[in-house]
Design a binder for this molecule. Structure first.
Ligand code: PMP
Length: 357
């Protein structure tokens, strides 16, 4: 008898299916399925990676002091309340490892980002899904879903794959009404796309039970480097640092992130292009009878009449070299999530949808 079995819950985790960047037999493919920055990283980040080559024989910084100082400087935060991880995925993992185990519950919302459930299961905890209201996070449903076993509540603001947001008053109401033993995690992966948005920083500063996660994978164009960070109380950050490996981030990754966060002009350019072409694409698709919710992020969730229509349009877009994301796994089978590329990508998507229609 085979006695080598994984922990309970592990086999409930589906293997990741996305990530393709080629379509057999099609040229000039544009990948619009992972919410990446179409312009790539800041040239200063690329230069920093080149310079990092000189010290590749050394282990990287273990305390990430330089990157934390840069993040603290740019955002006006206390560097001792920041932790850096291998993408914000790793911060989500640390939170589940440190705070949720067998018998504990981890709340995510109906269309919430898949890593919340995966990390909860990997930690041996029980993921609990609560309903959204018209593809928007519903604070009352979350509060109704809490029990004395709820250890973590994850919401992304803006959310993926819907692109929707809830306001600061709603987030504060959620934080203030959670059970005592529950941490609220505000996932700000797309926060940079919202001009002037503090991603819940004021809420965190006024409370002990709220944490923020952020990433360099989206607006900063460094998905391939895998750098994210978290911000919370000194106590929580101290706990998370205990489960963090000493050398979790590579020297080039640390250098790239530090250069990217200080290149304000580039950040501004990428944000402005995204805002412009997101509005353009949403309108172009709406004119063809394909509506989308108002998106605050770097993608839109285009909604078709039926799952069959979404599937057929997906196939058509692929035949035109456009890879977008079906969100069936997110319980939105009639929708396609389309990353906002630059001008060429948006014009090609609009033309291909027009052909399809
Ligand atoms: N949170 C949300 C809502 C996301 O969409 C993503 C990336 N798809 C992440 C977190 C993780 O990003 P990363 O690990 O690259 O920081």
């Amino acid at each position: 008898m085979n006695r080598i079995t994984p922990q309970p819950g592990i086999m409930d985790i589906a293997l990741y299916q996305g990530g393709a960047s080629h379509v057999a037999g099609v040229e000039n493919v544009i990948k619009l399925s992972s919410n990446e920055n179409p312009f790539g990283p800041s040239p200063k980040a690329i230069e920093a990676v080149r310079n990092a080559a000189a010290t590749l024989h050394r282990y990287p910084s273990t305390d990430h002091a330089s990157l934390r100082a840069a993040i603290a400087d740019v955002h006006g935060l206390d560097p001792d309340r920041i932790i850096c991880g291998v993408g914000s995925d790793e911060i989500i993992t640390f939170l589940c490892q440190a705070y949720a185990g067998p018998g504990d519950e981890v709340i995510h919302t109906e269309h919430g980002f898949a890593m919340y459930r995966i990390s909860a299961l990997a930690a041996g905890a029980t993921p609990v899904e609560v309903a959204e209201r018209d593809r928007v996070v519903d604070v009352d449903a979350i509060l109704a879903g809490c029990t004395e076993r709820t250890r973590l509540v994850f919401i992304a603001n803006p959310a993926n794959p819907t692109g929707t947001m809830i306001g600061e008053a709603e987030v504060a109401r959620l934080a203030d009404n959670l059970p005592d033993q529950t941490i609220l995690v505000l996932d700000g992966a797309y926060a940079e796309y919202v001009e002037g948005f503090d991603a819940g920083r004021a809420i965190i500063d006024a409370r002990e039970n709220v944490v923020m996660t952020r990433t360099f994978s989206k607006l900063y164009g460094l998905g391939g480097m895998r750098v994210g960070w978290g911000y919370g109380s000194r106590e929580i950050i101290d706990v998370l640092n205990r489960v963090r490996g000493p050398f979790n981030l590579s020297t080039p990754a640390l250098a790239a992130a530090e250069a990217a966060i200080r290149d304000f002009d580039y950040v501004e350019y990428c944000r402005a292009e995204n805002t412009k072409w997101r509005a353009w694409l949403a309108e172009a698709l709406a004119e063809q009878g394909v509506p989308s919710d108002t998106s605050c992020a770097n993608f839109i969730l285009a909604r078709f009449g039926s799952p069959d229509e979404a599937e057929a349009c997906d196939a058509h877009l692929q035949s035109r070299g456009l890879i977008v994301r079906r969100v069936a796994g997110y319980k939105l089978p009639d929708a396609l999530r389309i990353t906002i590329g630059g001008e060429e990508a948006c014009r090609r998507v609009a033309a291909a949808v027009a052909e399809f229609k």
